[in-house]
Design a protein around this ligand. Structure first.
Ligand SMILES: Cc1ncc(COP(=O)(O)O)c(C=O)c1O
Length: 310
């Protein structure tokens, strides 16, 4: 079976943002609306999750697997996306969740509603998630499974993200000068770097505290054919760390929604767009630049975080 996308066929729209702040500096900001790549509103199988899973699902089907097994924390978008993929494409799904005690939140509830069987394990066992013996024990326990790593970052995921880069190059009326994406594991950025041709620079905005994103992306790139793409990472837009937020970030997200009707969430895309507006003010983009920001979705995680902060 070919995995056709359910509601929004590729490519997702590339929209130019109508914003006087960008126009005043003669820089165009485009948004690649991968958030719209969802089978239904707020479905977790959207954005970069779909890009990362697409070829994996095809491979799992071709290799005759009927079950997907994957890993994640209790607030993992990836777990929720795999559960949704299983329900849409007819795979059973097992989610191995980090944490001794079974917890409940909208992300995990959604995963269960989509048929995912959750299995909670303590943190030290969880750290063995790439160990072949540990994986074999899991498949003996749960049955033959196509195993997806935490976050879904593997070679097939890079290929899906490389396709996204090619799609943008085809859709853009001239040539983008910059592509920008939020980075967690850096897998999406690595795939984009690999798929880019021409002179566009990839900007990866890290949503985590620390200066390791460049190293992480380089580690992914070692698994991929060499590329001449220029790329840079920005480590100063984490707003306190992963899933942390600042009043400035919250204001920005609200304002952006009010002005443009586009919803950003505070974990990934909010930090990305905040960074881009800041770079604009600093004069980072030369006049005439064509900047493409990728809206990687994740809006369902926003609901989950709101629940957590209650
Ligand atoms: C909405 C969203 N954007 C961006 C990312 C970052 O992707 P990556 O982990 O490939 O860097 C994630 C990762 O989970 C995500 O959920």
């Amino acid at each position: 079976m070919k995995l056709q996308y359910l509601q929004h066929p590729l490519p997702s729209p590339l929209q130019r943002l109508d914003d006087p702040r960008w126009e005043a500096r003669d820089v165009a900001l485009w948004i690649k609306r991968d958030d719209l790549l969802a089978p239904s509103p707020n479905d977790p199988l959207c954005g970069n999750k779909w890009r990362k899973l697409q070829y994996n699902l095809q491979r799992a089907r071709e290799e005759g697997y009927e079950q997907l097994l994957t890993f994640g924390g209790a607030y993992s978008n990836h777990l929720a996306a795999v559960a949704s993929a299983g329900s849409h494409f007819g795979f059973r799904t097992i989610g191995v969740v980090r944490g001794e005690e079974a917890v409940q939140n909208p992300t995990l509830e959604r995963a269960q509603q989509n048929g995912m069987q959750l299995h909670f394990i303590d943190r030290s066992s969880y750290r063995q998630k790439q160990d072949p013996t540990f994986l074999q024990n899991l498949t003996e326990r749960f049955g033959p499974s196509y195993i997806l790593p935490e976050g879904g970052t593997n070679k097939d995921a890079f290929a899906g993200c490389a396709q996204l880069a090619q799609e943008i190059l085809t859709e853009h009326p001239t040539q983008p000068t910059h592509l920008a994406v939020a980075c967690g594991t850096g897998g999406t950025a690595a795939g984009l770097i690999n798929g880019l041709t021409g002179t566009a620079e990839l900007i990866g905005v890290s949503v985590l505290k620390g200066n390791f994103m460049r190293k992480e992306i380089n580690r992914h790139l070692e698994q991929l054919p060499e590329t001449a793409t220029r790329w840079t990472t920005l480590d100063d837009y984490h707003h306190g760390g992963y899933a942390r937020r600042s009043p400035a970030l919250d204001n920005f997200i609200q304002h952006f929604h009010h002005e443009h009707g586009i919803i950003l969430e505070p974990i990934y895309t909010g930090k990305l767009f905040f960074a881009l507006y800041d770079l604009l003010e600093q004069g980072y983009f030369p006049e005439g630049s064509q900047v493409v920001a990728i809206h990687t979705g994740g809006l369902q995680a926003f609901a989950s975080r709101l629940d957590r902060s209650r």
